[in-house]
Design a binder for this molecule. Structure first.
Ligand code: MRU
Length: 372
C-alpha cells in the first residue's frame, strides 16, 4: 500500500518533480502523496476504494481545494466499480461530500460526475465516472498552467520596475500539492522562476496544521525557489517593513460578489496588506467560484478539532512524527479552518481566463455563463 516512490509528472517541460495524484492508464485505483508525511518523506499511498478516498480527504492525507475535488471524483468512480445502482450512486455522493465542507471543488466534482453517469444504465456508470474524473484532473492541470501564465505577467511587471527579486508573500499551500498540476497561487511563482525572473517567496507557517512550513517550504525547496519561512503573527510586521511586493494566495471558495474564502489567517494578511498599500492577488480556478452564494458570509466554515490548536506535531528524534501539548490541560480552544476576505481588500483574481476585479461585474465579464 505505501511506498516512497515519487509520482513523476511525466511531462518533460514541467519543472514539477512530483504529482499529488496519479492514475496509471487503465488502472482502477489512484495513487496520492500522503501529505501528512511531508516534509520528511514522499509517501505514495494507493486508494483502492471509495472509503479510503473519503478518509484521505477527511483526515487530510490529501488537501487543497482542487485536489480534494479530483480525489472526490475518483472516489466516486471507485464506489461505482462496486455498486453502480441508483442507491449506490447517491450513497457515494453523500459519503464523499460529507468529508469537508468549505472547498466548493469537492461538491462541484461530485455533482459533475453524478450528472455524467446518472442518465446511463448502471453497467456503464463506472467507466464513465473514471473518464469524467480523468477529465477533471486534466482540466485542473490546464487551469494551473493558464493561471501561471496570467500571473506571470503581474510578477514580470513588478520585476521590470526595479532590480532585485520580486517579494511574494503566500499563505497555507496553494501549490502542486493542492492541485493536480503546478498549483494555483504558486503557478505564477514557478513560471517566473522557470523564466529566470528573480522571486523570493515569504512563506507563512499556517498554524495549526502548518501547511506553509511543511508543504509550501518543501515545494519551494524542491524547485530551488528562494524562500523564507515566518510565523503567522509576523505578517503585518513584514508587510510594513520588508518590501513585500504582493500577497498571492489560493482560495477554497469565491462567492458571487468576489469575496474570497481561504485558509484561516488570509484575512489578517489582506488587512495588513491594504494598510500598507501592498497588492493582494488570488489564484482562482473557475471550479472554485460559487456564484450561487451572494457573499462570503454565506460560505460554510469548517470547524476543526481543538487538539490541533492545543498541540504541535513535529519531527521525532530518530524518525517519524511526534506531538507535543502546548497549552495547560483543559484549555478551551477554537479552530476555524478558513476565513473570508471581503472583495474590497482583493486587488485581483487570477483565473484561467485572465485577471479580473474581485466583484460580480469583474467575474461576470470572464464567466458570463455562471452569471445568467
Ligand atoms: O485545509 P486545506 O489545507 O485543505 O486548505 C486549503 C488550502 O491549502 C488553502 O486554503 C489554499 O489556499 C486553497 S487550495 C489551492
Amino acid at each position: 500500500m505505501g511506498s516512497n516512490a515519487v509520482a513523476d509528472s511525466g511531462d518533460a517541460s514541467d519543472p514539477a518533480p512530483y504529482r499529488a495524484l496519479t492514475r496509471a492508464a487503465g488502472a482502477r485505483h489512484v495513487e496520492v502523496i500522503d501529505q501528512r508525511a511531508l516534509p520528511d518523506r514522499v509517501l505514495a499511498v494507493r486508494l483502492d476504494d471509495a472509503e479510503m478516498a473519503a478518509e484521505a480527504i477527511r483526515a487530510m492525507w490529501v488537501r487543497g481545494a482542487p485536489l480534494i475535488g479530483a480525489v472526490g471524483a475518483y472516489g466516486f468512480a471507485l464506489a461505482l466499480d462496486r455498486d453502480p445502482s441508483d442507491a449506490g450512486m447517491e450513497r457515494a455522493h453523500a459519503r464523499l461530500d460529507a468529508t469537508r465542507p468549505t472547498a466548493i471543488n469537492l461538491r462541484w466534482a461530485l455533482d459533475r460526475v453524478r450528472a455524467a453517469v446518472a442518465p446511463l444504465a448502471p453497467s456503464g456508470r463506472a467507466d464513465r465516472a473514471w473518464a469524467e474524473a480523468d477529465r477533471i484532473r486534466d482540466e485542473d492541470v490546464a487551469i494551473n498552467h493558464a493561471i501561471g501564465a496570467h500571473g506571470l505577467a503581474i510578477v514580470e511587471a513588478i520585476a521590470a520596475r526595479r532590480p532585485g527579486p520580486v517579494n511574494v508573500m503566500t499563505h497555507c499551500n496553494a501549490g502542486a500539492l493542492a492541485t493536480c498540476g503546478w498549483g494555483t497561487a504558486t503557478a505564477p511563482v514557478f513560471a517566473a522562476h522557470a523564466r529566470g525572473v528573480p522571486v523570493h517567496v515569504w512563506v507563512s507557517e499556517t498554524r495549526p496544521r502548518l501547511q506553509g512550513a511543511n508543504l509550501t517550504a518543501w515545494e519551494m525547496a524542491q524547485r530551488g525557489v528562494p524562500h523564507t519561512l515566518f510565523v503567522d503573527g509576523a505578517s503585518g510586521h513584514l508587510l510594513r517593513r520588508e518590501g513585500i511586493d504582493l500577497v498571492l494566495v489560493g482560495t477554497d471558495r469565491v462567492a458571487r460578489n468576489g469575496d474570497v474564502c481561504n485558509k484561516i489567517g488570509t484575512y489578517d494578511k489582506a488587512l495588513a496588506a491594504h494598510d500598507n498599500g501592498v497588492a493582494v492577488y488570488v489564484g482562482l480556478p473557475s471550479p472554485t467560484l460559487d456564484a450561487s452564494l451572494p457573499h462570503g458570509d454565506a460560505i460554510p466554515i469548517e470547524s476543526r478539532a481543538a487538539d490541533e490548536v492545543l498541540g504541535v506535531w513535529g519531527r521525532a528524534e530518530g524518525g517519524g512524527t511526534t506531538r507535543a501539548a502546548i497549552a495547560p490541560e483543559g484549555t478551551r480552544a477554537v479552530n476555524p479552518a478558513f476565513d473570508v476576505t471581503p472583495a474590497r481588500l482583493v486587488t485581483g483574481l487570477i483565473t484561467e481566463r485572465g485577471v479580473t476585479r474581485a466583484s460580480a461585474e469583474g467575474l461576470a465579464a470572464l464567466f458570463p455563463e455562471r452569471y445568467r
